[in-house]
Write a protein that binds this ligand. Sequence first.
Ligand code: 6PG
Length: 269
Amino acid sequence: MVSSNRHEFRISKDLAALSLSAARDFARRAQATVHFKGVFNVVLSGGNTPKALFDVLADERVLGLSRPIPWEQIRFFWCDERFVPHSDAQSNWRMTQEHLLSKLSVPKQNVFSVPTEGLAPEQAAAEYEQVLRQAFGMSTPEIPVCDLVYLGMGPDGHTASLFPETQIVQAVVANSLPESQFVAAVWVEKFKMHRISLLPNIINAAGSVSMLVCGEDKAEALEKVVAGPYEPTHFPCQLIVPLNGQVWYLDEASASRLMAQNRSLVPDF
Ligand code: 6PG
């Protein structure tokens, strides 16, 4: 494990080891947070990388924990969602159900999905913002403080649904959005699809942010995001600068360029 000014890197051999490392951290954080405040508010990421983490968490025996994960006291949110029905194969909610939630006893009222049917994308974003505020007993303009946020990163340096050169990223960079807004509906041209995404402000306010990044195809973007010049319009992942720090769960392949550039970065195995 290596830390720099605000990045902590945990470099594992492969996706399985990365997922095990992140799962152990999840269990520790969930147990401690529930012990101290009775609830653990976690924001999940979509895409493919989290599937292995969810599979490990769904069978926590592999973690050899001394105490079980307090699933009944954990509340689940999403950092972004594809604007498709939850039954759609592209739905992050569906992926999370299949790999994690359907295997656990989680009270339905603790799962806060993004509404994606029967309303316009902009309405869905506004509704999800209210769902989060109500879940945290807040009113506008307050911004909820989640305990843990998971994010992935694409080979183009996007995170959540904040893609390079898009209108929403340019608005965030220009600071032209209402200060109280923390969810947005975004059109993603490359996928010809709307998405609903948390914005950097609520992510950066979280208790902790864990980045799950795996694969050789992300090595170049990772080096640019972490060690390159600050160009958030091209690399929106650079907009994620959590007040309480950021832990990068990487595999050797995704970390390869970063390790070649920074000899102090060594794998955790
Ligand atoms: C999504 C995610 C997205 C994802 C990255 C990485 O809805 O797809 O939120 O930001 O984390 O695209 O995706 P992979 O894990 O599939 O590489």
